[in-house]
Design a protein around this ligand. Structure first.
Ligand code: F6P
Length: 313
């Protein structure tokens, strides 16, 4: 079992975290073998939101669902499944996951990840997840990149672990991550520029003007197309991430899903001293109304996230 410091994890959640760790170690081995492990990036269907499912999306979902049985998870919700699955009638928790985030990067050897969010179980499956984001009791991501990393929070700081592949254990490297207050980098899918709202365009133009504009400093641009990789970079060295509302059909709420992408990342970012909003309001103050709903998402260094809210007037 992975060497996670027991003092940093609530006892009741320990079997869940152990199952997530053991499964992600198995998954990291499959990912590291790439084409030797089969056609991981092959299209195999569509998820509830109309996104193409890749073979690895489905494999990861099946692995996490199977591993979480008997760990105290009563309700399991996944990006890859339309409805909530009841795993154990006696379990006390509800776990939502994007089992394999950033799947367009599977075949190109770029960092992909798993995101999870844990609530106390409510009376029924959907009700367990359709609540205020600040009701989360734990959240985290596993990044499968040059290193396999686990970042997680239980509401008292964001902890960072690195997988030691020789010992097959996650080892604590930072008990409290600190997201730098000021940013030197910004991230947004710039190909959507013509669809943006005026405040988003104004922010990006401010970044582009760099030291010749209101910011008085140059900003670098980065876009990986993998939320886990982007979040990890920003938690480590600051910056801003934006996936805003835009004028494309179906993008009136952005692209990212509230329950298993936006909510958990917001919890991790705020616990590291950063800020996370829908452009204006803190994500943690918002309540999900549907399991697979989308939300616009802006997060990162506090100064920048506040500036973006101010530009929204
Ligand atoms: O939700 C899936 C996801 O791949 C995220 O990991 C990433 O941030 C985003 O979508 C990429 O979106 P786009 O396809 O617009 O670059």
């Amino acid at each position: 079992m992975p060497a996670i410091d027991p003092a940093l994890i609530p006892n009741a959640l320990r079997p869940i975290i152990d199952a997530l760790c053991a499964t992600s170690i198995d998954l990291s081995r499959v990912i590291a073998r790439g084409p030797l492990a089969g056609k991981l990036g092959a299209g195999v269907g569509e998820n509830s939101d109309g996104d193409q499912q890749k073979a690895l999306d489905v494999m990861a979902d099946e692995m996490f669902e199977a591993a979480l049985r008997g760990t105290g998870v009563r309700y399991y919700a996944s990006e890859e499944q339309e409805d909530v699955v009841t795993l154990d009638d006696d379990g006390g928790y509800a776990l939502a996951t994007d089992p394999l985030d950033g799947s367009s990067n599977i075949d190109v050897n770029v960092t992909i990840g798993t995101i999870f969010s844990i609530f106390e179980a409510a009376d029924n499956g959907e009700a367990s997840f359709l609540r205020k984001s600040s009701d989360q009791i734990a959240a985290g991501y596993i990044a499968y990149g040059p290193q396999t990393l686990l970042a997680m929070t239980f509401g008292d700081g964001t902890q960072l672990y690195v997988l030691d592949p020789e010992r097959c254990e996650f080892v604590l490297v930072e008990a409290r991550m600190t997201l730098p207050e000021a940013a030197k980098e910004f991230s947004i899918n710039a190909s959507n520029r013509r669809h943006w709202t005026p405040p988003i365009l104004a922010y990006v133009e401010e970044c582009e003007r760099g030291r010749d504009g209101a910011k008085g400093k140059d900003m670098n641009f980065r876009w990986v197309g993998s939320l886990v990789a982007e979040t990890h970079r920003i938690l480590t060295r600051g910056g801003t991430f934006l996936y805003p509302v835009d004028a494309r059909p179906n993008y009136e709420n952005g692209r990212l899903r509230m329950v298993y992408e936006v909510g958990p990342m917001a919890f991790l970012v705020e616990q590291a001293g950063g800020k996370a909003t829908d452009g204006v309001d803190p994500i943690l103050s918002l309540t999900a109304e549907a399991l697979h709903e989308r939300r616009p998402f802006v997060f990162g260094s506090a100064e920048e996230v506040e500036r973006i809210a101010a530009l929204h007037g």
